[in-house]
Design a protein. Structure first.
Length: 308
């Protein structure tokens, strides 16, 4: 920092940093913003035209020092943050049991964590006893959760699990979105038939044509929402039993699964997690109800007031 500080050349420098207002939680806008300092690019810095104090080093020496620093930084004159991708098994699942907000993923020393950050002033304003930061390590969840899921396939429970899996399959014949589109098309066809009958009975052709154009536009819009899908067959109980037998030890399969595949399994299980830091306890619930997987509902966090 000393070597890169241009004030040692005797000139004043402004606009090195700026203040950005960042939402504390994008899912809870009412919590407000917090101010963060950001570094501006060097070409945005403002230098005084004249010396404001005695220089410690001359400008040429300062520039040569910047070139040396840039060379050591693999050709970069400024520090940059590199984004790396990490697979969070429970992305979007854990919630803080104190404030009910969704915990955010964070990586620290090769460890994947889930964090709930709650500034003291908001805790006081909302009368919530909440530490400034609550952390939950992902590795502390994986083992106990996989053990719990493995018990569902124990010999004395496997029959109940197979029956639950069989009932959890969505009925593709009763897809609410497809039924709504089909109903809209049927209504348009019925209205068009009435307009044709009115035209044959001697109604004003220009007026009837206008009505029919409006209905045909609605029908075309409904047709654009009807997508032909490959018909999926529901698995039988025996097929599910054979698949479980082929997989073998579920606990062993989960422990050795690819992280992306494992995260997808947890997502389809519709896991809901609530972490209570005072008790060091995570309450986990799962639902295999097909109607809770988003059929005909708004996603959580949507601005629709009827969103679940």
């Amino acid at each position: 920092m000393i070597l890169s500080n241009p004030r040692y050349t005797g000139r004043q420098v402004w606009n090195k940093q700026r203040k950005d207002e960042i939402l504390i939680d994008v899912e809870a806008i009412a919590l407000g913003h917090e101010t963060r300092m950001r570094w501006n690019d060097r070409d945005q810095w403002v230098f005084s035209d004249h010396l404001v104090h005695d220089p410690i080093i001359d400008p040429d020496t300062f520039e040569r020092a910047q070139q040396v620093l840039a060379a050591k930084g693999a050709g970069r004159g400024t520090r940059e943050r590199h984004r790396t991708h990490h697979t969070y098994m429970f992305r979007g699942r854990p919630r803080c049991g104190l404030c009910q907000r969704r915990m955010q993923g964070q990586r620290s020393r090769e460890m994947l964590l889930y964090r709930c950050r709650y500034p003291n002033e908001y805790a006081l304003a909302n009368k919530v006893v909440h530490p400034r930061n609550v952390y939950l390590a992902e590795r502390d969840l994986l083992g106990p959760l996989d053990d719990w899921l493995g018990t569902c396939f124990a010999p004395h429970r496997v029959a109940e699990t197979i029956e639950t899996l069989y009932r959890s399959q969505p009925d593709h014949d009763l897809d609410p979105s497809a039924a709504a589109v089909a109903q809209a098309i049927e209504d348009c066809d019925r209205i068009l038939a009435r307009h044709r009958a009115a035209l044959e009975a001697g109604a004003d052709p220009h007026l009837v044509a206008q009505w029919m154009a409006e209905v045909q536009a609605r029908r075309a819009e409904a047709l654009s929402r009807s997508r032909p899908t490959a018909r999926q067959r529901r698995m039988t109980s025996e097929e599910i039993r054979g698949l479980i037998k082929e997989l073998g030890d579920i606990r062993h399969v989960l422990s050795g699964a690819d992280p992306l595949d494992k995260a997808e399994v947890y997502r389809h299980l519709n896991l809901q997690m609530a972490y209570h830091p005072a008790k060091r306890l995570v309450r986990v619930e799962t639902s295999l109800d097909p109607h809770s997987w988003g059929y005909g509902t708004c996603p959580e966090g949507d601005l629709n007031p009827h969103a679940r």
